[in-house]
Design a protein around this ligand. Structure first.
Ligand SMILES: [Zn+2]
Length: 803
């Protein structure tokens, strides 16, 4: 404890701070963000001159089940809403990623020779040796990609085209003026890749061992307009595999011809239920709209009967979808189908699930419920779901989103002998989470239409954050993987990180970098930096401003600052443009009380301080053993042997009285306040500036939190001394007691230091071998451990391919 004169305190604090090398963590982002324009304002809102292109599609496709191929034709009407005259159009041929000679296949590389054997293969399949080897062989054999049969103008004449891998340029017969439209036709075919062999985001699954049927999940199935927009011109990044899709809004009319006994799920509203559905199915659908739990449209028994058929005729399903940026569908005779309506605010949606019997008992219980839960939760934080349907399909794709429809993996494991289907906790929550995630993608990026090919985090990170909020509302202690700050600590500590602001194709650790870290950052922003009220308003403002429009990162950053009334440049700089971690160390504490200037009080205090000093070893050993000369010869003692250094003299008293008379009343009162002052030294070990969350514990048992804004680091980002004033002596101080800042080393967060509790297990010198396979088999109640092993592998694989 130290005594000091009150007036010198603040001056000494400020001077110590400036002694460090200065790195301005609060520097504005001006040199990193694009200059605001009339299309994108400095506030982060669309400007008065905001524009975006539009493309309407009429598509007719046929699924050839026997050949596992799709053929189609389309009419695209492209509306040039830009202020620019265009002389050519770019079209995306994303199906070409599956070509044996595609850039995706050719640019595959590995960090090391060892890594290629175990790492994920270029198609995103799990790196099990057999699967990886099969991918390498099959991806070079598969005759994939679009075969473009024709590209013609509305007059039927061929248009000049140039194909550049996954892009195709169409040279326009005449320049397309601002405000004008251009319609053209294309015809094409492609072979459907087998998802479990070639991946990714679409394909078919074979059930050769079961009923010899296939299940088709079809997407990227037609040439789509590339995006042309104010910030980038034509989106010119090839589809290399990781960066997803950048698309324009439009209206779709799609006719899908499939075997007559197939059930089709698709983006949009079914237009000819009277032709493709039975009257019983139509009646059930009507009932589902007003039901309070899912109504089965095609029962499992009906689906199992369908599995045994092989229709020789076809049926054409007609769908319409308004204001969507893409279209996908699924088709199989294996589908069980259930539905339930949900109406709230401006939302009036039919939630529907399609799954094979292999998905039960999990799917009938959770899928449609999870869809409705997602919409209910996302509506609160973003905007009311505007589309008429929301669909979750179970098939080979681990997790992938399209407008109104999503493909979700996750199934129970099957006992080979008994055929019983059971599931683990991981499979259950993995399925609920993936459905929340993929249905949630309707909001980001299907409606808040970000450029996925540039920025994976803008849809995946934002959506993973929204997913976390929805998971919290599902049940208490929901096992959420991403969003909770303590869960990101291992990644924040890891080496070779990249900033979140890294292009989709260059991100190595997609799950942590583009999903978990931005989701966690937004959660920290909500709970710790801004608080829920300010954050929720600002986030909703972002969603409302940019729904059915295309925001860039700057629009997100600027809107959250603009609508929360808070400069967050330091936060974006640290969390999104950097790779530093939060790690604050509480280094030391000095206690002060304010001097009263009263000599009686002050001298007594000084005496107490002296008496509290430790007794030196020499004094301890001399005590009672060493004969002193002055004791033997008392005549050697004088005035000073009797005088205490802390004796108060009359001169001291007179001086105090004189001074006291000169003090104002408020000055006298201040001296008697009796506050306890602590100077606490903090080091920013991690480098990422953070608010301080200080839990202060007083001697009288009181415990409370002081929240200190991140700006506390503004003068000195590496080391600060902070004054804390308390009413009673402080006995403990903990920084970040609830682990809300993602602090990577909590060992240095407390004063006095706390030992980290940990368990040390003692082993026999030869430990028994873990039989995890047996454990897992017991958990799944599966007799044959090999089957459990396979189920575990499948779970891992499904988890890996979630987008
Ligand atoms: Zn996703």
């Amino acid at each position: 404890m130290k005594r000091l004169a009150a007036l010198t305190l603040l001056a000494s604090l400020a001077s110590s701070a400036f002694a460090q090398t200065f790195d301005d963590k609060f520097r504005q982002l001006d040199e990193l963000l694009p200059t605001p324009t009339d299309t994108r304002t400095a506030s982060g809102a669309p400007g008065h001159a905001y524009w975006q292109q539009r493309a309407d599609y009429r598509i007719r496709v046929t699924l050839d089940e026997a050949k596992r191929a799709v053929s189609g034709s389309e009419t695209v009407t492209y509306h040039n809403k830009s202020p620019d005259t265009l002389t050519y159009l770019w079209v995306q041929l994303d199906q070409n990623m599956f070509r044996a000679d595609s850039a995706n296949r050719n640019i595959a590389s590995y960090p090391s020779r060892e890594a290629w054997k175990t790492a994920a293969t270029p198609g995103g399949q799990a790196g099990l040796q057999y699967e990886a080897a099969r991918f390498l062989v099959e991806s070079r054999k598969f005759d994939g990609g679009f075969k473009i049969a024709s590209v013609t103008g509305s007059n039927g004449r061929p248009l000049k085209v140039v194909i550049n891998k996954t892009m195709m340029r169409i040279d326009l017969p005449q320049p397309l003026k601002p405000g004008a439209s251009f319609a053209f036709d294309m015809a094409w075919t492609f072979n459907v890749p087998e998802t479990n062999v070639l991946g990714r985001r679409m394909g078919f699954e074979r059930f050769d061992k079961e009923d010899k049927n296939d299940l088709f999940e079809i997407a990227q199935f037609f040439p789509r307009m590339a995006a042309y927009y104010d910030a980038h011109g034509w989106q010119n990044k090839q589809y290399l595999g990781d960066g997803e899709f950048t698309l324009e809004f439009g209206d779709y009319e799609v006719e899908i011809t499939v075997p007559a006994d197939h059930i089709v799920a698709a983006t949009g509203e079914l237009q000819n239920a009277d032709v493709v559905l039975t009257s019983a199915q139509r009646e059930r659908l009507q009932r589902a709209r007003k039901a309070d739990k899912p109504v089965v449209i095609v029962t499992q028994a009906e689906a199992e009967a369908n599995e045994k058929q092989r229709a020789t005729t076809t049926k054409t399903w007609r769908f319409k979808a308004k204001n969507v940026r893409d279209f996908a569908f699924a088709s199989s005779r294996k589908f069980i189908w259930d539905a339930q309506g949900f109406k709230k605010g401006d939302t009036d949606v039919l939630a529907m699930s399609y799954y094979p019997k292999e998905g039960n008992p999990l799917w009938e219980k959770y899928s449609t419920q999870a869809i409705i839960h997602t919409i209910d939760s996302y509506n609160k934080y973003a905007f009311d779901y505007p589309y008429p349907v929301a669909i979750s399909v179970n098939g080979p794709v681990g997790g992938m989103e399209y407008p109104m429809i999503s493909f979700n993996g996750g199934r129970p494991a099957k006992d080979k002998k008994t055929g019983a289907l059971t599931y683990s906790k991981n499979v259950k929550y993995g399925l609920i989470s993936v459905i929340i995630h993929e249905v949630g993608h309707n909001y980001f990026p299907m409606i808040v239409n970000t450029d996925e090919r540039q920025w994976t985090w803008m849809d995946e990170g934002v959506n993973s954050f929204m997913q976390f909020l929805a998971e919290q509302a599902w049940e208490d202690h929901y096992p959420a993987r991403r969003g909770e700050p303590r869960n990101i600590v291992d990644y924040m500590k890891s080496r070779n990180q990249q900033p979140i602001m890294t292009n989709s194709e260059s991100v190595t650790n997609r799950g942590a970098n583009a999903y978990a870290k931005p989701a966690t950052a937004l959660n920290v922003l909500r709970e710790t930096v801004l608080g829920r009220e300010l954050f929720d308003f600002a986030f909703k403002e972002y969603a409302q401003r940019w729904k059915f429009k295309r925001p860039t990162p700057a629009d997100l950053f600027r809107t959250l600052e603009d609508a929360s009334g808070t400069d967050l440049d330091w936060f974006w700089r640290g969390w999104f443009y950097g790779t530093d971690a939060v790690d604050v160390s509480v280094d030391g504490i000095t206690e002060y009380t304010i001097g009263t200037k009263d000599p009686e009080v002050e001298q007594a205090w000084k005496r107490a301080q002296r008496d509290a000093q430790p007794v030196s070893v020499t004094d301890q050993r001399n005590a009672g053993t060493l004969a002193r000369r002055v004791d033997a010869h008392p005549e050697l003692k004088d005035f000073y042997n009797a005088h205490d250094d802390f004796t108060v003299t009359n001169a001291d008293r007179n001086k105090y009285n004189a001074t006291n008379e000169g003090l104002e009343d408020w000055e006298k009162a201040l001296l008697k306040e009796g506050k306890h002052l602590y100077l606490v030294d903090f080091t920013n070990v991690g480098g990422l500036v953070t608010p301080l969350v200080l839990q202060i514990e007083l001697q009288d048992g009181k415990k409370y939190i002081e929240r200190v804004p991140a700006e506390v680091w503004r003068y000195a980002p590496k080391k600060i001394t902070k004054l804390i004033v308390t009413d009673a002596p402080m006995v403990g101080l903990t920084q970040d007691p609830f682990l809300e800042t993602a602090d990577t080393d909590v060992g240095n967060n407390a004063w006095p230091r706390k030992a980290t509790p940990s368990r040390l297990e003692l082993f026999k010198s030869r430990p028994p071998q873990d039989d995890m396979m047996k454990d897992y088999a017991e958990k799944l109640k599966v007799k044959d451990p090999k089957e459990a092993n396979k189920a575990a592998d499948q779970a891992v694989e499904a988890g890996k391919a979630v987008e």
